[in-house]
Ligand binder design. Structure first.
Ligand SMILES: *[C@@H]1O[C@H](CO)[C@@H](O)[C@H](O)[C@H]1NC(C)=O
Ligand SMILES: *[C@@H]1O[C@H](CO)[C@@H](O)[C@H](O)[C@H]1NC(C)=O
Ligand SMILES: *[C@@H]1O[C@H](CO)[C@@H](O)[C@H](O)[C@H]1NC(C)=O
Ligand SMILES: *[C@@H]1O[C@H](CO)[C@@H](O)[C@H](O)[C@H]1NC(C)=O
Ligand SMILES: *[C@@H]1O[C@H](CO)[C@@H](O)[C@H](O)[C@H]1NC(C)=O
Ligand SMILES: [Zn+2]
Length: 470
C-alpha cells in the first residue's frame, strides 16, 4: 500500500497530539499523590477528641472590587459580611486576598485609582468595627495597583485606606497555647503599576524571592504554614527555582484573581508537585464567595461558601482525603481520634447534626461549645480503603444543609485533582504566552518563505512595471 505524503503528515500530527496529551496527563496527573516522601515524624497525640481545644478557624474573602459605578448592592452586602457574618463565624483572622477596589473607569475599558472607592472600603471597616473583633489582613491585588507610578505616590491609596497598609511580602504568626501558625503573604503586584490590561501577571524579582525564602525559613518552627497572595502561582513570573518551590513547606496557598473564570470554573483547587495545595477562591464581586479554613489538631480543612447561605458546615475530622498531604499534616491522628468533629455556623438555633458513613446513619453529633459538634466513632472500623462521610444539619427555622466527602484512615491512600483545574493552576501561563508568540512569528515567517519559493507570481503586461516601482 502506498501512503501519500498528505496521509503521512496527518498520521504524524495525530501521533504528536497523542504523545503531547499523554505527557500533559502524566504531568497534571501528579496533582494527586505526593512523590516527595520526606515525611516529618508526626506525633500521634494530641488526637481529635471531644474537647474544643487544638482548634481555630480563619476566613478568606477575595476580589471585593468596591466600585463607584457598578453593582450598588456590592457595598452593603460587604458591610453585612463584615458585621453579621463575621459575628456568627468569629474567626481569629480574616485574609482579604486583593482587589479591594475595582479601579475601573466608567466605560469599563480604562483604569484609574478612585479615592472614593477606597474611602468606602475604609468606612465599612470602621462602621462594622470588624478590626476590633478579629485580626483583619487585607493585601493588594492587581486592581489596587493600576496606574500607580511608584509606591510612595499619593495614588497608592492602599497605604492610606487599607487595614494593613504596608506594601510587600510579610510573615504573620498566629500564636496559641497549643502551637504557632504561620501566614505568609506573597506580594507580586507590580511597581510601577501599569494600566489595564497590562497588569494580569504578577512579577517577583530576585531580591523579593530571597526575602520570601527567608520568611519560609522563619516559618519552619511553626506547627503549620499557610501562604496567601492575590495571584495564582500560574500567573506569577518568578526567577530561578520558581515560586512553588519556595513555598513548598506550606500546607496550602490561598489566592483569588481568576474570579471562577466567568463561571466556567467554580472550583479551582489543585496540588503542586511538592504537595502544597493551591486553593483559588471565587470572587466576592459577582459570586459573593468566602471561605472558612480550620486547623483542627494541625489537620487542615476548609469550605468554600456563599454569602448568607446557612447553616455553614465544615467537617474537620475525618478530613477530606483529596485535600490531605502526608508530607505536611499529621494524618496519623485520624486513626487515633476518638470523635468525628464538625463545625456548624448559623444565625439560628441548630436542631440536629446527623452523621452517616457509607450511607449508614451513625447518630447525632452533640454540641460541645461554640460551633463544635462531636460524635464518638471507632476509626479502626474504616481502616481499609475509601469511605464517604455525610453530615446533615437542620436549624430551627427549617433550613438544612448537607456536606460530605471521601476520607481514608489509612494514610497511604490519595486522590487526584481534576485535569482542568490543575491545567489552569499549574501551567506557567506566561511561558505559554511566550511559546504562542514565538509560534505565531515562526508560522508567519514560514508562510512568507513558502510563498517565496513555491511559485513565482505570474504577472502580465504593464502591471509588472507597476510592481517594479515598489
Ligand atoms: C511559639 O513561639 C514562641 C516564640 O517563638 C515560643 O516561645 C513557643 O514555645 C512556641 N509555641 C509552641 C507551642 O511551639
Ligand atoms: C525588586 O522589586 C522591589 C519592589 O518592587 C524593588 O524595590 C527592588 O529594587 C527590586 N530589586 C531588583 C534587584 O530589581
Ligand atoms: C504544635 O507543635 C508542638 C511542637 O512540635 C507540639 O507539641 C504540639 O502538640 C503541636 N500542636 C498540635 C495542635 O498538634
Ligand atoms: C465498629 O465495628 C464493630 C464490629 O463491626 C461494631 O460492633 C461497632 O459498633 C462499630 N463501632 C462503631 C463506633 O461504629
Ligand atoms: C504505609 O506505607 C508505609 C511505607 O510504605 C508502611 O510502612 C506503612 O505500614 C503503611 N501504612 C498502612 C496503614 O498501610
Ligand atoms: Zn479581581
Amino acid at each position: 500500500m502506498v501512503v501519500g505524503p498528505g496521509r503521512m503528515l496527518r498520521l504524524a500530527a495525530g501521533l504528536l497530539a497523542a504523545a503531547l496529551a499523554a505527557l500533559l496527563l502524566d504531568w497534571y496527573g501528579q496533582a494527586g499523590p505526593q512523590r516527595l516522601g520526606q515525611r516529618r515524624p508526626f506525633a500521634r497525640e494530641p488526637a481529635p477528641g471531644a474537647e474544643a481545644t487544638n482548634l481555630f478557624w480563619v476566613v478568606q474573602v477575595s476580589d471585593i472590587h468596591i466600585s463607584r459605578f457598578r453593582d450598588p448592592k456590592r457595598v452593603p452586602d460587604f458591610e453585612k459580611f463584615c458585621s453579621e457574618t463575621i459575628d456568627i463565624i468569629q474567626p481569629v483572622l480574616v485574609l482579604v486576598t486583593g482587589d479591594l477596589t475595582d479601579a475601573k473607569t466608567k466605560d469599563k475599558l480604562g483604569s484609574e485609582q478612585i479615592e472614593v472607592e477606597w474611602q468606602t472600603y475604609q468606612l465599612i471597616l470602621k462602621r462594622s468595627r470588624v478590626m476590633e473583633k478579629t485580626k483583619w489582613i487585607d493585601i493588594k491585588g492587581n486592581h489596587d495597583s493600576f496606574n500607580i507610578p511608584h509606591l510612595d505616590s499619593i495614588q497608592n491609596y492602599y497605604r492610606r485606606y487599607s487595614a494593613w497598609h504596608k506594601d510587600g511580602s510579610f510573615h504573620y504568626v498566629h500564636r496559641t497555647p497549643f502551637g504557632n501558625y504561620s501566614f505568609i503573604c506573597v506580594d507580586a503586584t507590580l511597581s510601577p503599576g501599569p494600566k489595564r490590561p497590562y497588569n494580569f501577571f504578577g512579577i517577583l524579582n530576585m531580591s523579593q524571592m530571597e526575602e520570601l525564602s527567608s520568611l519560609a525559613t522563619e516559618s519552619h518552627h511553626s506547627n503549620q504554614t499557610i501562604w496567601f497572595g492575590h495571584y495564582p502561582t500560574s500567573t506569577i513570573i518568578s526567577p530561578s527555582s520558581g515560586i512553588r518551590m519556595v513555598m513548598s513547606s506550606a500546607t496550602a496557598y490561598l489566592c483569588g484573581h481568576l474570579h471562577t473564570l466567568g463561571g466556567l470554573m467554580p472550583v479551582l483547587h489543585s496540588r503542586h508537585p511538592q504537595g502544597t495545595l493551591e486553593l483559588e477562591l471565587g470572587d466576592w464581586m459577582k459570586n459573593r464567595k468566602y471561605r472558612i479554613l480550620a486547623f483542627d489538631h494541625d489537620l487542615l480543612s476548609f469550605a468554600d461558601l456563599n454569602f448568607e447561605e446557612w447553616p455553614a458546615v465544615l467537617i474537620t475530622n475525618p478530613k477530606s482525603l483529596l485535600y490531605s498531604s502526608s508530607t505536611h499534616e499529621p494524618l496519623v491522628k485520624i486513626l487515633h481520634s476518638t470523635h468525628i468533629r464538625i463545625l456548624v455556623f448559623s444565625p439560628s438555633f441548630i436542631t440536629s447534626v446527623k452523621v452517616s458513613i457509607d450511607g449508614v446513619h451513625l447518630g447525632d453529633a452533640h454540641h460541645v461549645s461554640g460551633p463544635l459538634y462531636v460524635l464518638k466513632w471507632n476509626p479502626q472500623n474504616y481502616s481499609e480503603g475509601l469511605h464517604h462521610i455525610d453530615v446533615t444539619v437542620q436549624d430551627a427555622i427549617g433550613k438544612s444543609s448537607t456536606q460530605g466527602h471521601t476520607f481514608a484512615v489509612n494514610e497511604n491512600l490519595s486522590l487526584r485533582f481534576g485535569f482542568l483545574s490543575s491545567l489552569i493552576l499549574l501551567t506557567d501561563h506566561y511561558i505559554l504566552a511566550r511559546v504562542l508568540f514565538g509560534l505565531t512569528v515562526l508560522v508567519q515567517i514560514t508562510l512568507l518563505l513558502i510563498f517565496r519559493y513555491l511559485r513565482k507570481p505570474t504577472l502580465k503586461g504593464k502591471s509588472q512595471c507597476f510592481v517594479c516601482i515598489f
